[in-house]
Design a protein around this ligand. Structure first.
Ligand code: ZN
Length: 448
């Protein structure tokens, strides 16, 4: 047992346990946590650096001493915790790829400080393979909830406002909901859009939260049927990549700004937009993001892979972990006054590749430009062979036959493949977690 993670473990003595339980039941603990982290947004750049360096030293020491995988990794590369004094030293630690984590025994990544009863399991969708099992301490999870609330409050949301959730999970109404606080309702994704619209009208939400693909379909349905909309105050998007055209459509229909967030099971809300809506602030009091290109830290504006280091999840710390997405550090200072750095040009999985007949691979991230050609409400591109792409498209209202040619030319130019088969469909099947998958790589392409 180490001292560094003490505050992330449940209290051991009986009075502490009773107070903790009471705090959980009333959600008071969540609110206290929110108040604690709210002030972090006012840190200056210098204070943030010191804060991160302090947290980093602690979690590195903790990981080395109590997480078998990091003990082996550090020893194998002659690194000691004392070598990592600041964020600048992170480069000394080898990057851990998602598949290493996927293929390992979970216990390798779990800290021995946490017993089973302290842990909560969150699992990623696994649309491209084995699902990831991410464990958090119960207190760590509370911190994530508080971070989510911090984003909402930053965008003018209040504790008395109601949210409508267009996500996969159905969260039960929290106890404080009965007191009129943090009320929320989940809209099931399996029901028709007409029924979803009915819930939207009846619930009269102040905020919409969820997957952009789901809110996009509702927006198109409202446009198609010329239906009424009561403007929500906040629209918070997460869990999928947000296309520019989807953003515009949602903003136009609902008459409110869309706030984009970069969320994942591994790190929670890893980055989020402030009121400027110009780039996403890294959630820097909880994690460090580095953008790496060809093994080196990319310059501002240069795109690379998103490598994360957790500063808070002491139960299963993921250090120098490759999330597999592409983004760039902005280098700009945000006029909102928050010193957390900005990332931009966020794109989906870097690990999803096209494979050419020569065997050469290249990233599929260019497909995110496709909706800008117009006429597309949703799309999915699947590479079926070394020469063939199958493209499914759900038409948007502005579609014309001319768009088919544009889409074909675009995909042919970008992929050089000749056998491009475009089909128009009514809907596109979602993953097990209700996400819209844009690109399905050639089977076993990762081994090519
Ligand atoms: Zn800002």
């Amino acid at each position: 047992m180490c001292n560094d993670c003490k505050k992330y473990r449940n209290p051991g003595n009986i009075i502490g346990r009773i107070l903790n339980r009471l705090g959980n039941i009333t959600s008071l603990n969540d609110y206290i946590e929110y108040l604690k982290i709210k002030k972090n947004l006012r840190m200056t750049s210098e204070e943030l650096k010191q804060f991160q360096d302090d947290r980093l030293r602690k979690i590195i020491r903790h990981s080395y001493e109590t997480v078998p995988y990091y003990k082996k990794l550090f020893d194998g590369h002659d690194i000691t915790p004392e070598d990592i004094k600041s964020v600048d030293d992170l480069a000394k630690i080898p990057i851990t790829e998602k598949r290493t984590f996927q293929n390992a025994d979970n216990r390798e990544f779990l800290s021995t400080c946490f017993g089973q009863k302290d842990l909560t399991l969150t699992t990623t969708g696994g649309s491209t393979g084995t699902p990831l099992k991410i464990y958090m301490s119960k207190k760590g999870l509370r911190r994530r909830l508080a971070e989510g609330r911090r984003i909402l409050f930053l965008h003018g949301f209040s504790a008395f406002d109601k949210s409508l959730l267009f996500s996969f999970y159905s969260y039960p109404e929290e106890l404080i909901g009965l007191l009129g606080l943090f009320r929320q309702k989940h809209v099931p994704w399996e029901i028709s859009i007409a029924e979803q619209y009915k819930i939207f009208r009846e619930y009269d939400a102040d905020g919409i939260r969820g997957y952009p693909s789901r809110v996009n379909l509702l927006a198109e349905y409202i446009l198609d049927n010329n239906l009424d909309v009561k403007k929500p105050r906040t629209i918070l998007i997460s869990a999928e990549f947000l296309d520019d055209d989807v953003r515009k459509r949602i903003e136009k229909v609902f008459g409110a700004k869309v706030t984009n967030t970069y969320a994942c099971e591994e790190y929670g809300q890893a980055a989020w937009e402030c009121r400027m809506h110009d780039g996403l602030h890294v959630n820097s009091d909880s994690l460090v993001i580095q953008i790496i290109k060809n093994g080196k830290e990319a310059s501002p504006g240069e795109e690379g892979e998103v490598i994360c280091t957790d500063l808070n999840n002491y139960a299963m710390p993921l250090i120098r972990y490759n999330l597999g997405d592409i983004a760039a550090m902005s280098g700009r200072k945000c006029p909102c006054g928050i010193s957390f750095p900005l990332i931009e040009n966020l794109k989906g999985r870097a690990s999803d590749y096209f494979v050419l007949p020569s065997g050469n691979k290249f990233s599929s991230t260019f497909i995110y430009i496709l909706p800008r050609l117009g006429g597309v409400l949703e799309y999915q591109i699947a590479q079926k062979s070394l020469t063939r792409l199958d493209v499914k498209i759900v038409k948007s209202r502005d579609w014309t036959p001319e768009h088919t040619k544009k889409i074909w030319n675009f995909l042919n130019k970008c992929s050089t493949l000749k056998d491009i088969r475009i089909s128009y469909v009514k809907s596109i099947k979602r993953t097990k977690r209700a996400k819209l998958r844009r690109f399905i790589p050639l089977k076993n392409s990762k081994k090519v």
